[in-house]
Design a binder for this molecule. Sequence first.
Ligand code: PLP
Length: 408
Amino acid sequence: MKLTDIKQMDKNYFTNTFGERTPIAFEYGKGMYLYDLENNAYLDFLGGIAVTALGHSHPTLVNAITNQAQKYIHCSSLYYIKEQAMLAKKICDFSCADKVFFGNSGAEANEGAIKLARLYQRKKGKPDKYEIITLEKSFHGRTLATIAATGQDKYQKQFNPLTPKFKSVPINDFDAIKNSVDENTCAIMLEPIQGESGVNPVSKEYLSNIRKLCDEKDIVLIFDEVQCGMWRTGKLFAYEHFEIEPDIFTLAKALGGGFPIGALCAKDKFAQAFSPGDHGSTFGGNPLACSAGLAVFKVFEDENLVKNSEKSGKYMIEKLTELKKKYSVIKEIRGSGCMIGIEFSKDIAIDIKNELFKQKILVGSVKKSIIRLLPPLIVKKENIDELCKALNKTIGDMQWKKIPEKQF
Ligand code: PLP
């Protein structure tokens, strides 16, 4: 089938939720590359938006999924599932969590976390403690509760009335959070490094103050690590950078290496609020998804990919900083590990993304002025050199001097 046929069929039958997509369809992937229908290789610095941490079609992951599919794919969590128990143990062994619940996506994991936080307060005899404070510019998913949690008007305005009792406050402003806490505050939910709004980290001092506030007022601290978790930032979980622990955290994206799975992970004190019947999922924690998750952990352990994520991230920042010195249009490079944002002082990010695409390199753009890099965590020095060479050429060739400065 040709790309034009796929485009037409998509236009006819798929909801117009993604608009005019990048004009390409892929046939297969291997390592850092995706191959289009004509077998052209594209260097992938987007990783399915922080999903394909092991690169494309890693043999350990492919074998795990194939073997499991040959045994059985689904049975229902009405029965004990070996792979589910093993993956839950794996996450608990490596994190501050004592219990895990599996869903199928990041939004579902966050929904579960919100439900658990409210139940925790209710079961402590405080049913009026239901309000959740989140941060502006956050992103927590597309379900009705998670868009209410998401501190961005553009995701919310079409869906009023929103799920009630969420409010968002500016990031890295401790007074704002402290002043919005009252006797109804149930939880504070945040991404340690905001992803969808262009890689915005929270500060260590800010998080440590929030941790203290939550302890003092018995407020549940929830970290959404759907994007920044799973070695993305050079540590297994982003909270490890901040020397504090959340009460509940959520995972998805890279957890299955591309196979859909989400997880809500909680300390015992909070997890105990769930009683039989309070939460569930038909597909969540099925043997296939959990086998994929186990394979992801195996590859990371066997190949020490966390070192690579950290090392490659440092190298990427170093090379991008050289470009920043050369081009005044680069305003800021931020992020850690393989989660990096390049902010420009002009609205040129979409043009840059499109130019890189012509040079067969895939990156993401956020709004009009930020490029986001989320490569597979197997990314090598030569891949980074190729990206930076292409960026150098692209920025150098562009007529950006004539474009007006952005007002920040
Ligand atoms: N939370 C964060 C931080 C995300 O980045 C995303 C997706 O981009 C989500 C939640 C929603 O995840 P999903 O699209 O799997 O529902």
